[in-house]
Design a protein around this ligand. Sequence first.
Ligand SMILES: Nc1ncnc2c1ncn2[C@@H]1O[C@H](COP(=O)(O)OP(=O)(O)O)[C@@H](O)[C@H]1O
Ligand SMILES: [Mg+2]
Length: 232
Amino acid sequence: MIKLQNIEKVYRTSSIETLALNNVNIHIRKGEFVSIMGPSGCGKSTLLNIMGLLDEPSKGTVEIAGSTVDKYQDKALARLRNEKLGFIFQSFHLISDLSVLDNVEIPLLYRKGSARERRELAQEALEKVGLSNRMKHFPKELSGGQKQRVAIARAIVGKPEIILADEPTGNLDSAMGNEILSILQNLNKEGATIVMVTHDEAMAKRTHRLIRLFDGTQVTDSVLSTNLATGV
Ligand SMILES: Nc1ncnc2c1ncn2[C@@H]1O[C@H](COP(=O)(O)OP(=O)(O)O)[C@@H](O)[C@H]1O
Ligand SMILES: [Mg+2]
């Protein structure tokens, strides 16, 4: 589902060069729920952004849902990102002057479909995260856990095959974090492939597989559960 081969990422600024990822090889299969851990600055977000086609590697190849990604300016790339991938971030990234419902509809604005279809899909996504009763609210009227649930609804509204989450529970207390993880587990059971960066060992233990990064390289890759929702 996601295949990274010999990935290297160098960030260059006028004075310094940072090797953020060094020879990373990862193959994530359909239906897996994978967690990524490692100290701050070790390259976790860079790795997730490369998987999510938000950033391009300096070297190496990326394959997403059967397509090899080689042209990073391409319109097809934006489409691949919009149709196959859903993103969730630590700080939610909601638009403050849009209602919950309008925030969730955003990814659908780049697709064909009527306003009514968009509304129905957004309502369906909000039901999945248990927020049907907050559709007309604005982000500032919600708790952190509720904001993250809106962000999850926005990530899944277009029914992506892959969900990428960068420390989705990092800004939440443990009760809210547990709730978010249960939602992700349910989405995984329904077939979504999920990659989640986390600082929390307890959260990582609830996934199928744990990859640890150190200084831009994967140091361990361990199977925690072979109980995959779907096949290879
Ligand atoms: N846009 C950027 N420009 C320059 N350096 C960056 C940029 N993004 C990340 N880095 C550097 O790359 C390394 C990895 O960063 P990051 O992937 O954000 O780590 P993590 O998410 O594990 O904390 C760090 O040393 C960071 O300072
Ligand atoms: Mg990070």
